[in-house]
Design a protein around this ligand. Structure first.
Ligand SMILES: [Mn+2]
Length: 287
């Protein structure tokens, strides 16, 4: 009597198949408000032209590291010498808001510009205690509170919520003198970061950009292997000639294989409104 046998096949919507937020003119706002992205571009341009010490603070997972590399390549393409760009990886178990990290970032690098990527946010004092340091935050973790005096571009309220690497890629794209060259050198990073956070079943439907050529060139297999290894090919910018230490690719000894906190996010596709931003154990980089 019941329709058990005739049950229609359920359509499981893809991550991208959600209602988008529209502006007053009915135009989709994605991956973040256009004016905020323009302000970020102005920040990045000014930073590149400043000739001053710049600090990148990416999260230590595939999404964060991919974002960092995209930004590093953008800044250097716009003329900032590589020796002026440093990268700080937050100590395991700490956040950028901890006083030890704030002191480290301030005293070790004394940056004029600081760009925080994929770290999550909360209400906090300035990113570092230096009133002349300019701060930019690119993120997609759900938050309405941010450090003081920072320029914030967040994708968190604009479904399908973009990853930070995708947000960074789309923010940087118009800045490049040669968009084709930029796409060739950075689109795969947006793919690695995005698959790292959202899983490898993502269909890349609009408003996500069509990165079919990139996914054909690098293959989903290569991209997924890279993100599962926490992007071992993503050398941090300041040490491009040094391959990651073996510990970068190994599970920490204390992490059992069945650890649910690690495996669950991989098997449970996140929703567009609530992206998976599961943190993974940090790579062993010493800045
Ligand atoms: Mn992320």
């Amino acid at each position: 009597m019941k329709e058990k046998k005739l049950k229609p096949r359920l359509h499981v919507p893809d991550y991208c198949e959600v209602e988008t937020v529209k502006d007053e003119g009915g135009k989709t706002i994605w991956p973040a408000p256009a004016d905020a992205m323009e302000r970020a571009r102005a920040f990045i341009r000014a930073c590149a032209q400043s000739g001053k010490p710049t600090l990148l603070v990416p999260d230590k997972d595939a999404d964060g590291l991919s974002s960092g590399v995209i930004l590093h390549r953008t800044l250097t393409a716009l003329g900032l010498p590589t020796d002026l760009i440093s990268t700080h990886i937050v100590t395991k178990g700490s956040s950028i808001h901890d006083s030890t990290e704030r002191d480290l970032m301030s005293t070790t690098y004394n940056p004029s510009y600081i760009i925080v990527l994929d770290q999550g946010s909360r209400a906090a004092p300035r990113v570092i205690d230096n009133s002349s340091t300019k701060s930019l935050i690119l993120d997609h973790h759900l938050s309405d509170s941010f450090p003081e005096d920072a320029l914030v571009v967040s994708a968190c309220h604009y479904p399908p919520v973009a990853t930070t690497s995708l947000l960074t890629y789309l923010t940087c794209l118009p800045l490049h003198p040669s968009p084709t060259t930029f796409t060739e050198s950075c689109a795969y990073l947006a793919c690695i970061g995005t698959h790292g956070d959202l899983g490898n079943t993502l269909k890349w439907l609009p408003p996500f950009p069509d990165l079919t050529p990139t996914l054909k060139q690098h293959t989903k297999k290569a991209i997924n292997e890279a993100r599962l290894d926490r992007a071992p090919s993503l050398h941090l910018p300041e040490r491009p000639s040094h391959p990651p230490s073996p510990s970068y690719q190994r599970e920490p000894k204390s992490t059992p294989k069945s650890n649910a906190t690690r495996t669950a996010p991989r098997n449970s596709p996140p929703t567009a409104a609530s992206p998976c931003c599961a943190s993974t154990p940090p790579p062993k980089f010493t800045p």
